[in-house]
Design a protein around this ligand. Structure first.
Ligand code: TRP
Ligand code: ZN
Length: 881
C-alpha cells in the first residue's frame, strides 16, 4: 500500500516536466513466474524548466533490476528509489536511459498496469497504471513515440498485440516468438496497451473519406467469436459518422478491439488497440438485451471518438479529464441520438444526470467539472466529469448552434493536434471561431453544485404579455461557497390552447453584457443574472409555458404548474423531452401523495395515459418512457430527509394503481406489439419491444392473464430482451413459487455464459421483491460469484446497494454492514472497485436520523481500518468530514 499520509494534489501546482521523453522502446518478456520489462528512453531536457539535472520517474510495485545511462550501468550513488519513484541525478540535457524492471501480472488483482484476465495478458494504463509496468514520467503532457517488442511462447500466446502497426514477427534462437509493434503517433503513456493470448478475431475493413483502407479486428476468447458482429458494425458506423459530423478521419492502417472479462471500467481508448470489458462489446440476440446492444453501440463509438478527442488532442494534466471525457460523451450521445430516437436518448441522459449526478453534486464528493484538487485521480472518473461535462459542452452547442460549434471544433483540432491542452483551450477555440465571449460561461467548469432555477410566470391580459421571472442560486459545496450566477441557456416554448407553439417576441432584447437574450435558431433564452424578468409580448391568449426543453441546462427547475397543464403538456408538447418531463412531474406528485395513504389514479390522467398507449403514431420507445414512473432515487432528490421506505411504498402504490386502472389497455398494447419477426437489434424493433415489455410489466402486476403471458414469453423466446423482461416481471410478481422456479430455469439454461449469469445475479440482487440481504449473502457464496471479477461484484453488490433500496436500507443497518464488509475486503485487492462501491454510503447526511447514524457508523468502521488504499481513504474521509 503506501507508507505516508495520502497527499492532496492541486491544479494550481501544475508545472511542466523537467525532461521530455522523445522515444520509448519497450521489451516485454512474458514468463510464467514474472514479466521482465526493458525500457529504453530518449531523454531531452525541457528548456523551459530548470531541473538541475535531476529526474524523478513514477513507479509502483516494481522490482528494479537494472539502470543504465547511455549504455553504462549507472552507479548506485546516482540514483535512489522510494515506494513510488526512481530519482536520477547529475543528468545532462540528452541521454539514453535504460531501465529493467520485473513485475508480477499474475498477482495483479488491482487490474491496473499489466495483468492477467483468464488466460490472457492485458493492460490498463489510464490514469496512472503505466507506472506499474516501468519507471516513467507517467503524466499525460509527456508524449512519446512508442515501439514495443513482445517476447513469449508463441504456441501459448499466438496473438501478441500493441499500439500502432506490427512491423516485425520473428522466432528467436531459443524458440520464443518476438513481435514488434510501432506506433508513429506521439502519445502519453496512459494510452499504451499490450495484449497476449490465445484469441480469435473477426475482421472487416473500412475505407476512410480520403480513400485509405483500414483493417478492423475484434479479438475475443474462442467461445465468444459469435458475439462480435454488432460491435464491428457499430465501429464502422462510428467511423463514418465522425467523418460526416466532425470531419475526423482515422489515422492508422489498423484498428483493433480486444474483449476481456476482468476490467474495472467499461472500455479504454488505447491508441489503435481499444480494450473492452467483454460486457460492453460482446452480443448476440440470444444472450444480449436491447439495452446491452445500445450500450455497446455507445461505448464502441465513445472509445473510437477518443481517437481525436483524447488521443490526437490530449489532456495537459488529470484536472483536465473532462476535456476528453465530457466532449467525447457529448459526441457519443449525438451519435446515439442520430442512430436511434433522439428524444429517448435525451430522456435517458437526463435521467442519469438528475439522479446520479445531482446526488453527487449535492453530496460530500461534489466537485467541479474541472476539479481543483484530488488525492486519487481514479476517484474522479465520475458522472460529474463525464455526464455533467458533456452537458456543459452541449450548452456551448446550444449557444453557438450546430454550425458555430463545428467551426469551433475544427479550430480546436487544427490548433491543438498533437498537443496536451486544457479545458480552457477548448473554450478558447469555440470563442475564437465564433467571436463570442464565454468568460461567464466558464463558471460551469469552476463551480460545483447544481444550480436551482425558480420560475414564476404572470400573464397580463391587458398587455397581451407574459412576464417570466427567473431566479438562480447555486448551493454551497465542500470548499466552495458564495457562487456567482451562471450563463444558463433556457430553451423554451409557449403553447396555445390548441397545443401549438406560439411565436416568441421577447424583451429586453439584450442583457447588460450586450448579449442577445434570445437565440431564434435554437429557441434559447440566455439567462445570465441572479434574477431576470423577460416579457413575451403579442400573446392573444395565456400560453402554457414549456421551460428547459430538450433539458437545455443541467439545473433543478422549481416551477409550479397545475396538474391540468402538466397533463396538457404530456399530451401536446412539441418537445418530446418536455412531454416526458411533464409526465414525470405529474407522477412525482402522485408518489409523494401516495406516501401518505392509498392512491387511486385520477380519471383524467387515466384517459390521457390510455390514449398514449393506444396512439400508434407515436414512437413506442418514447411512450414506454412516458409511462415509466420516476425512480426511487429521483423521488429522493426532492426531500431534505430521505425515508427510502416511504418512497418505496409510495411508488409501489402508484405502480399498482396504474396497473389496475389500465389493465385492459396494457393487455391490448402488449397484444398489438407481439411479433413473430426474427429478432434484429435495430431501432424500430427495439422500440416496439420496449413498449411491449413495459406493458407486460404492468399487466403482470395486476392480473393472472398477464402473469401467464410472462410465463409463456419466458419459455419461448429467441432473444434475451424478451426473456429477461419476462423473468423480471415474474420475479416482481410476488409469487413465491414462480420467482424461484424461473430463476432456477434461467440459471440451468445459461450457466455456461458468464455475461448472462451476471444479468441473472443482478436481477436478483437488485430486486426490491427478492433482493434481500440473505439472498445477496447466498449469492456471494455461489459458484457463479468471483471476488476478482468487477462485473460480478457490480452485479451483486452494486445492484443491491443502488437498486434494492428497501433492503439496502434495512432498519437494523445490516445492508450497510454487508456493503462495508465487501469494501474492506476489496480495499486490499482492487482499490478502484472498492472505492466505487462506497458511493451509496456517502449519502448518510440526507437520510432520516435512524438510518443516517447507522450508515455513518459503517463509514467510520471503514475509516478505522489500517492500510486503506488512497482510493478508499479519500472517499471515506471526505464523506465523514
Ligand atoms: N478513458 C476510459 C473511458 O473511455 C476510462 C477508463 C477505462 C478508466 N478504464 C479505466 C479510467 C480505468 C480509470 C481506470 O472513459
Ligand atoms: Zn472516455
Amino acid at each position: 500500500m503506501r507508507d505516508a499520509q495520502p497527499q492532496t494534489i492541486h491544479l494550481t501546482d501544475y508545472q511542466q516536466p523537467g525532461y521530455w521523453i522523445n522515444t520509448t522502446e519497450l521489451t516485454f518478456e512474458l514468463q510464467d513466474d514474472a514479466t521482465l520489462v526493458t525500457s529504453v528512453l530518449a531523454l531531452e531536457a525541457n528548456s523551459a524548466v530548470d531541473s538541475q539535472g535531476e529526474l524523478t520517474l513514477h513507479g509502483q510495485e516494481l522490482e528494479l533490476v537494472a539502470v543504465e545511462l547511455d549504455g553504462q550501468a549507472l552507479d548506485a550513488s546516482r540514483y535512489s528509489t522510494s515506494d513510488e519513484s526512481l530519482t536520477i541525478s547529475g543528468l545532462a540535457d540528452q541521454h539514453t536511459l535504460s531501465i529493467v524492471t520485473r513485475i508480477q501480472p499474475d498477482k495483479n488483482t488491482a487490474l491496473e498496469g499489466l495483468y492477467r484476465s483468464g488466460g490472457m495478458y492485458c493492460t490498463q494504463c489510464e490514469a496512472e497504471g503505466f507506472r506499474r509496468i516501468t519507471y516513467y514520467l507517467d503524466r499525460p503532457d509527456v508524449m512519446s513515440v512508442f515501439t514495443t517488442h513482445i517476447i513469449a511462447d508463441g504456441s501459448r500466446y499466438p496473438v501478441m498485440l500493441s499500439n500502432g502497426n506490427c512491423v516485425a514477427d520473428e522466432t528467436l534462437a531459443d524458440g520464443r516468438r518476438k513481435v514488434t509493434w510501432s506506433d508513429p503517433h506521439r502519445k502519453p503513456a496512459y494510452l499504451f496497451a499490450l495484449v497476449a493470448g490465445d484469441l480469435l478475431s473477426k475482421e472487416d475493413s473500412f475505407t476512410t473519406m480520403s480513400g485509405r483502407e483500414v483493417k478492423l479486428q475484434i479479438f475475443v476468447e474462442p467461445q465468444n467469436i459469435d458475439k462480435t458482429d454488432y460491435a464491428l458494425d457499430a465501429l464502422k458506423r462510428s467511423m463514418r459518422w465522425d467523418e460526416e459530423t466532425y470531419g475526423r478521419e482515422y489515422d492508422l492502417d489498423i484498428f483493433m478491439i480486444v474483449a476481456v472479462d476482468d476490467f474495472n471500467m467499461g472500455a479504454m481508448e488505447n491508441k489503435g488497440l481499444n480494450i473492452f470489458n467483454s460486457s460492453c462489446v460482446l452480443a448476440n440476440p440470444a444472450t444480449a438485451t436491447d439495452a446491452a446492444y445500445q450500450r455497446i453501440e455507445a461505448i464502441v463509438a465513445h472509445e473510437y471518438f477518443h481517437n481525436w478527442s483524447g488521443n490526437r488532442v490530449t489532456c495537459r494534466d488529470w484536472f483536465q479529464l473532462s476535456l476528453k471525457e465530457g466532449f467525447t460523451v457529448f459526441r457519443d450521445a449525438s451519435f446515439s441520438a442520430d442512430m436511434n430516437s433522439a428524444t429517448v436518448k435525451r430522456i435517458e441522459d437526463a435521467r442519469l444526470l438528475r439522479t446520479v449526478q445531482f446526488a453527487e453534486d449535492g453530496g460530500p464528493m461534489a466537485h467541479p467539472v474541472q476539479p481543483d484538487s484530488f488525492i486519487e485521480i481514479s476517484n474522479f472518473y465520475t458522472v460529474t466529469i463525464y455526464e455533467k461535462g458533456a452537458e456543459v459542452v452541449g450548452m456551448i452547442h446550444k449557444i453557438l448552434g450546430a454550425d458555430g460549434f463545428r467551426k469551433g471544433s475544427d479550430l480546436y483540432f487544427e490548433r491543438h493536434d498533437g498537443q496536451a491542452v486544457t479545458i480552457y483551450d477548448f473554450v478558447a477555440a469555440m470563442e475564437d471561431a465564433n467571436g463570442v465571449d464565454l468568460s461567464q460561461f466558464k463558471l460551469w467548469y469552476k463551480q460545483a453544485g447544481t444550480p436551482i432555477v425558480t420560475a414564476a410566470a404572470e400573464y397580463r391580459e391587458d398587455e397581451q404579455a407574459l412576464y417570466l421571472t427567473l431566479h438562480q442560486q447555486c448551493p454551497d459545496t465542500p470548499g466552495q461557497s458564495g457562487k456567482k450566477p451562471m450563463w444558463i441557456p433556457v430553451q423554451l416554448g409557449l403553447i396555445d390552447s390548441e397545443g401549438n407553439d406560439m411565436a416568441v417576441n421577447v424583451s429586453p432584447a439584450q442583457n447588460p453584457q450586450g448579449l442577445d437574450t434570445w437565440t431564434n435558431a435554437s429557441q434559447v433564452l440566455h439567462f445570465t443574472e441572479e434574477e431576470q424578468t423577460f416579457v413575451f409580448s403579442g400573446l392573444k391568449e395565456q400560453p402554457v409555458l414549456s421551460l428547459f426543453r430538450d433539458f437545455s441546462a443541467p439545473v433543478k427547475v422549481r416551477f409550479i404548474q397545475p396538474e391540468e397543464e402538466l397533463l396538457f403538456r404530456l399530451q401536446t408538447d412539441s418537445d418530446g423531452f418536455n412531454r416526458w418531463d411533464a409526465g414525470q412531474q405529474l407522477m412525482l406528485g402522485w408518489i409523494q401523495q401516495a406516501q401518505e395513504g392509498e392512491f387511486e389514479l385520477p380519471e383524467t390522467a387515466r384517459q390521457v395515459l390510455a390514449e398514449l398507449l393506444a396512439d400508434e403514431s407515436l414512437d413506442p420507445a418514447m411512450v414506454s418512457y412516458l409511462l415509466t414512473l420516476p425512480s426511487e432515487a429521483y423521488v429522493a432528490e426532492f426531500s431534505d430527509q430521505v425515508d427510502p421506505h416511504a418512497i418505496h411504498l409510495g411508488r409501489k402504490r402508484v405502480r399498482l394503481a396504474v396497473a389496475m386502472a389500465l389493465n385492459e389497455e396494457f393487455a391490448a398494447c402488449y397484444q398489438r406489439l407481439e411479433s413473430d419477426a426474427e429478432y434484429q437489434p435495430e431501432p424500430e424493433q427495439m422500440a416496439a419491444r420496449a413498449l411491449k415489455n413495459l406493458a407486460l410489466s404492468y399487466w403482470s402486476l395486476a392480473s393472472d392473464a398477464g402473469v401467464k403471458k410472462a410465463v409463456s414469453q419466458f419459455g419461448k423466446t429467441d432473444n434475451m430482451t424478451d426473456q429477461m423482461a419476462a423473468m423480471v416481471a415474474l420475479v416482481n410478481s410476488g409469487d413465491d413459487e414462480l420467482a424461484p422456479k424461473t430463476l432456477d430455469a434461467f440459471y440451468e439454461q445459461w450457466k455456461q455464459d458468464p455475461l448472462v449469469v451476471n444479468q441473472w445475479l443482478s436481477v436478483q440482487c437488485g430486486s426490491s421483491e427478492i433482493g434481500t440481504i440473505e439472498r445477496v449473502k447466498q449469492l456471494m457464496e455461489h459458484e457463479a460469484f468471483d471476488w476478482r471479477n468487477p462485473n460480478k461484484i457490480r452485479s451483486v453488490l452494486g445492484a443491491f446497494a443502488n437498486q434494492a433500496l428497501c433492503h439496502f436500507h434495512a432498519e437494523d443497518g445490516s445492508g450497510y454492514a454487508l456493503l462495508a464488509d465487501a469494501i474492506i475486503r476489496l480495499n486490499a485487492s482492487n482499490p478502484q472497485i472498492a472505492s466505487r462501491l462506497i458511493t451509496p454510503l456517502t449519502k448518510w447526511g440526507r437520510l432520516v436520523p435512524q438510518l443516517s447514524e447507522k450508515m455513518k457508523a459503517e463509514l467510520q468502521r471503514i475509516a478505522d481500518e489500517p492500510n486503506l488504499s488512497r482510493d478508499v481513504y479519500e472517499v471515506v474521509n471526505k464523506s465523514l468530514a
